[in-house]
Design a protein around this ligand. Structure first.
Ligand SMILES: [Zn+2]
Length: 459
């Protein structure tokens, strides 16, 4: 399985049959992971302004990108949710799945609908389903336990499987629980304990049903808000950052209960989507994109228990983007060094992170942003996933091809792609997914993937 993630814009800009033939020829691609639903720029649209346009496709920035469903939503399936099933207005009259599936299948190329948990704030009905923070304020993120949210994802699964001759589905949610977010434990935004979720009525009821006191959890997150606020303002408590954090955890174990509660909401979403797909199309795989934070944060990593994915997963796309992993790891280290690990130096924070995650011999902080992580990282993380999942769950690592990084940070070269592809298969991968989207990849790097695959096939 040699897959590639690709958005509607590439077929519209470059011609459907021409693109499929080029991907087969250059990249050895035999499966298209078509970005079918998202409001985000990570997997759809051309390059956002600020990133160079690659050496193919229309050489103009699509600043008016909006997103939504790039196929055709069938409204009768969405009666049980108030979240509007919007057709993406970006390519009027165009349905990417209807357009791509027939010519792909004529060439023996599979098509998997790829959709993600990324919305815009102004999607009609979104306000009915958002998470509530510890202060009782609405956020802009969907609550995964809210029935409108759950029904929206189930309707989308049904819509794609009923109306298109797909070869599978892949969904991704690049989010984590409230305790992890309270620490800023990711390569994304900083710690914001006062804005975490979820304290909506559905989550409060779920907590009470499990014997967790919501008021104690709320007080615990407000204590974390004060703790992180002091540290991020540069004030160090006399007992240090770690000890004062642990004191809050012991005083308010409910915050850990809330972390588990949030993860159960996500796992139940996986479980129900898998069951719905199974009931409609028993032979078609459905699996999950596992966020890159799995490579940086031991806290998030602990919550991605590969063994537990078995009952509701046919495959996992484990993100193992080795080039941008360098700057992203450096970013994670800065975030944690501002809160939980403020007692350590940034380099010590990085070395602790490596050790806790069994990363031997990785580069020091001053080098990782410019050099990225190497193919050993791809090999190790692939092997960890392959040995971790129950038999029958396929591992298709996501391979970094030109994922944007900042100025002076690691850029993808053809030899990086070739080494990562080889390392993934050496680690026991059942396939690979070239990521994140064709519209940000250069042709030389795509060709390097194809050459590596052909070399492995010959060997
Ligand atoms: Zn909620």
């Amino acid at each position: 399985m040699v897959g590639i993630q690709i958005g509607a814009v590439s077929f519209v800009d470059e011609g459907t049959e021409k693109v499929i033939d080029a991907l087969r020829e250059m990249g050895g691609v035999n499966a298209l992971f078509v970005a079918a639903f998202t409001y985000g720029r990570g997997i759809a649209g051309r390059q956002p302004r600020g990133s160079p346009l690659p050496d193919h496709g229309v050489q103009e920035y699509d600043d008016a990108f909006r997103g939504g469903n790039f196929a055709t939503p069938h409204p009768e399936l969405y009666r049980r949710t108030r979240i509007a099933p919007e057709k993406a207005p970006d390519h009027p009259g165009y349905d990417v799945l209807a357009d791509v599936i027939p010519p792909a299948h004529r060439r023996g190329v599979k098509v998997i609908a790829w959709f993600e948990d990324v919305f815009r704030k102004d999607v009609p009905g979104l306000d009915q389903a958002v998470e509530t923070d510890p202060h009782g304020r609405p956020t802009a993120r969907l609550c995964l336990r809210n029935p409108d949210t759950r029904e929206f994802w189930l309707a989308l699964v049904e819509d794609y499987l009923r109306h298109y001759d797909l070869d599978g589905l892949m969904w991704g949610s690049e989010r984590q629980g409230p305790l992890d977010n309270a620490l800023g434990a990711s390569h994304g935004g900083p710690a914001r304990p006062g804005e975490v979720g979820c304290f909506c009525s559905h989550c409060l009821a779920a907590a009470r049903a499990r014997g967790i006191d919501p008021e104690r959890a709320r007080e615990g997150f407000l204590a974390l808000e004060r703790w992180a606020g002091e540290l991020m303002a540069g004030r160090r408590p006399a007992d240090g950052a770690f000890v004062t954090f642990w004191r809050i955890l012991v005083d308010y174990p409910e915050v850990l209960g809330w972390e588990r509660l949030w993860n159960e909401g996500l796992r139940d979403t996986y479980r129900e989507m898998h069951a719905r797909a199974r009931s409609l199309a028993p032979g078609k795989p459905i699996g999950w994109h596992i966020w890159h934070n799995n490579s940086f944060s031991p806290f998030y990593r602990a919550e991605q228990d590969y063994a537990a994915f078995g009952p509701y997963s046919d495959f996992l796309k484990v993100v193992i983007y080795n080039n941008c992993a360098g700057p992203r790891m450096a970013h994670y280290v800065r975030n944690l060094n501002a809160t939980l690990f403020a007692d350590l130096s940034p380099e010590e924070t990085l070395q602790l992170t490596y050790k806790l995650q069994q990363y031997p011999n990785e580069k020091p902080l001053e080098r990782i942003a410019r050099e990225g992580l190497g193919p050993d990282y791809v090999r190790r993380e692939t092997r960890r996933a392959v040995t971790g999942v129950p038999a029958g769950v396929k591992i298709w690592p996501g391979i970094d091809v030109d994922i944007p990084t900042g100025a002076d940070e690691k850029k993808t070269r053809p030899e990086d792609v070739a080494a990562a592809v080889e390392a993934a298969f050496e680690g026991g991968a059942h396939g690979i997914i070239l990521s994140r989207k064709y519209s940000e990849m250069t042709l030389a790097n795509l060709r390097a993937a194809g050459q590596a695959v052909r070399g492995l096939v010959r060997a």
